[in-house]
Write a protein that binds this ligand. Structure first.
Ligand code: SF4
Length: 351
């Protein structure tokens, strides 16, 4: 059995050793990840509701189903009132955080989103996470003043060359600058990566995990690459197509390397392992569940990858199922805002 996480050397070599572990060691790895999660984060699973408020995007990330170049997408943008109305319903449904997610587009102005954040903070008890891509430091600062608690921006891959190929016109350096700005401003910051992108090596996967640790993130979201047919990578396969255990190994190592971070069981796990993917993720390091609260009429228009689970389920049914799944694992639904451990420590010091 491995030494406990606190005595580990957090190096790429250690990550690689875990990732290449054979069948006989893998249950021990999952057990270690689950123990680390329990000791550092407890048994609470926080439910955070996502509103995909616009699928308009100016970018052309090669893997993404709503990239600007995909003419098959029916574009939509919710009005401010629709967003507030959807968010207001969340607090009565176990969700104390709203995640406002959209494509990266200057069309949805800073002031408009700032006004929405202010209204949510004034009219609801929710914490607000925003995820709308690379923005200027000034914009992040302004949204923080409006009440934004957290920001989520995945780096997707730690390899600069692969990043450039996947994100035309954008660099890893710029993405890391955004993450640095968010952290400097004291905003709870989340990031993460995709597992098995074409061109990814095991070395890059280990480096991705290490970069999450080096960035000292509050939240880390990862998920398998799933090719979308209407994208340039539509014909490609996930590097680990024949070794899907790697998706869970990566999650477990991520938890061991980042004991204090919130880690969601992302929907992509359910897409690849129907009806049990997220349960397994919660048993192998994850502690957050993120149901989709986007109005039903728009959910099919926000497919970053095909066959996304839950797009036809009414929100209430989807939520009840999430709560049942959490309880069936012997876990509790987290109450309150579920701030990051760093934020909670800072709040305690202020008292
Ligand atoms: S991943 Fe995000 S920024 Fe890239 S095309 Fe999709 S929505 Fe736009």
């Amino acid at each position: 059995m491995e030494k406990t996480a606190t005595h580990l050397e957090y190096t790429k070599e250690t990550a690689l050793r875990f990732l290449t572990m054979g069948k006989s060691g893998v249950e021990g790895l999952y057990g270690q990840a689950d123990t680390t999660r329990r000791e550092h984060m407890g048994d609470d699973v926080y439910i955070r509701g996502i509103i995909e408020f616009s699928n308009v995007c100016a970018n052309n990330c090669l893997y993404c189903g709503i990239r600007a170049g995909n003419r098959k997408v029916r574009r939509y943008t919710l009005s401010a009132d629709e967003i507030i109305e959807t968010a207001s319903a969340m607090a009565t449904r176990h969700q104390m955080t709203v995640v406002l997610q959209a494509g990266e587009s200057p069309a949805f102005g800073d002031d408009l989103l700032g006004g929405i954040i202010r209204r949510i903070k004034k009219e609801t008890p929710l914490s607000v996470t925003v995820s709308v891509g690379n923005r200027s430091r000034e914009t992040y600062r302004y949204w923080k003043e409006c009440g934004m608690d957290r920001y989520f921006l995945r780096f997707e891959t730690s390899d600069p060359g692969l990043f450039l190929r996947l994100h035309p016109g954008s660099t890893l350096e710029e993405r890391l600058r955004c993450l640095g700005d968010l952290q400097d401003l004291g905003i709870q910051t989340g990031s993460g990566f995709m597992i098995g992108l074409p061109g990814e090596t095991l070395n890059i996967l280990a480096q991705n995990i290490l970069l999450c640790r080096e960035l000292d993130l509050d939240m880390i979201g990862i998920g398998p690459f799933i090719p979308h047919p209407d994208t340039p990578l539509g014909e490609k396969r996930n590097v680990y197509n024949d070794n899907p255990e790697m998706f869970f190994k990566a999650l477990a190592v991520l938890r061991i390397f980042n004991p204090d971070a919130h880690i969601p069981a992302t929907t992509a796990y359910d897409a690849l392992f129907p009806e049990k993917g997220r349960d397994l993720a919660l048993q192998r390091g994850a502690n957050i569940f993120m149901p989709n609260n986007t109005p039903a009429c728009h959910r099919k228009d926000y497919l970053l990858y095909p066959d996304k689970p839950g797009v036809d389920d009414p929100v209430d049914q989807y939520l009840e199922s999430a709560v049942s799944r959490i309880r069936a694992l012997g876990r509790k639904v987290g109450e309150g805002p579920g701030h990051s451990i760093k934020k909670r420590k800072a709040l305690t010091l202020q008292r």
